[in-house]
Design a protein around this ligand. Sequence first.
Ligand SMILES: C[S@@+](CC[C@H](N)C(=O)[O-])C[C@H]1O[C@@H](n2cnc3c(N)ncnc32)[C@H](O)[C@@H]1O
Length: 198
Amino acid sequence: MKDHYSFLTPFYNRLTKLVFGDQLMLAKTCFSENLAGEKVLIIGGGDGLDYQVFKDQLAGEYWEISRSMLQKAEANLKESRLSFRLGYFQAEKEKVFDEVWLHFVLDTMLDEEIISLLGEIRNSIKPDGRIYLADFFAPKNAIQRGLHRSMITFFRIVVNHKRASIPDYEEILLSQEWTKNSEKEFLKGWVKAQIWRL
Ligand SMILES: C[S@@+](CC[C@H](N)C(=O)[O-])C[C@H]1O[C@@H](n2cnc3c(N)ncnc32)[C@H](O)[C@@H]1O
């Protein structure tokens, strides 16, 4: 599997902090208050640096398709009880999770990939399980629109990003019978953190 992120991995986190400060980290962590006893599935978690605050409480699985990101995450979260897996997540019999974290990963996928991933998640989540989504939504003003266009162009060139638009996460999740329970907005609503249940 080609690692499209290998060039970006060493400075990905610093770059996002330079552009967005702590806002993306806050969107990723705002709902994660009580992780003790929770079995977490993290898909496309990147270098895992923003999860270090609760590394001692993290248990479950961490899936990445970038080898370089996965290696960094393994080093950054070595005190956790996560197992680190390279590749595309697939449901496994009798393996179920309380929480699934999808942080800034769905915006890199085509609609049909998102639908297929949601199917795997449905087969891997407890009846009261939750998806924690954090991602970019429609930009709210001209500056955000300009920045968003530049980001998409940058990611299409540097990491072979397949999309030129933002997925309609809500339409897709609703069509797959997920229900939104909570939402917090960051950067005037350009970034949202949401909790979804079946
Ligand atoms: C834009 S980066 C975001 C990384 C991290 N979640 C963050 O917020 O800093 C997207 C990450 O998702 C990973 N990724 C993309 N599609 C994936 C998939 N289907 N399964 C697992 N990881 C995936 C990429 O390798 C990359 O590390």
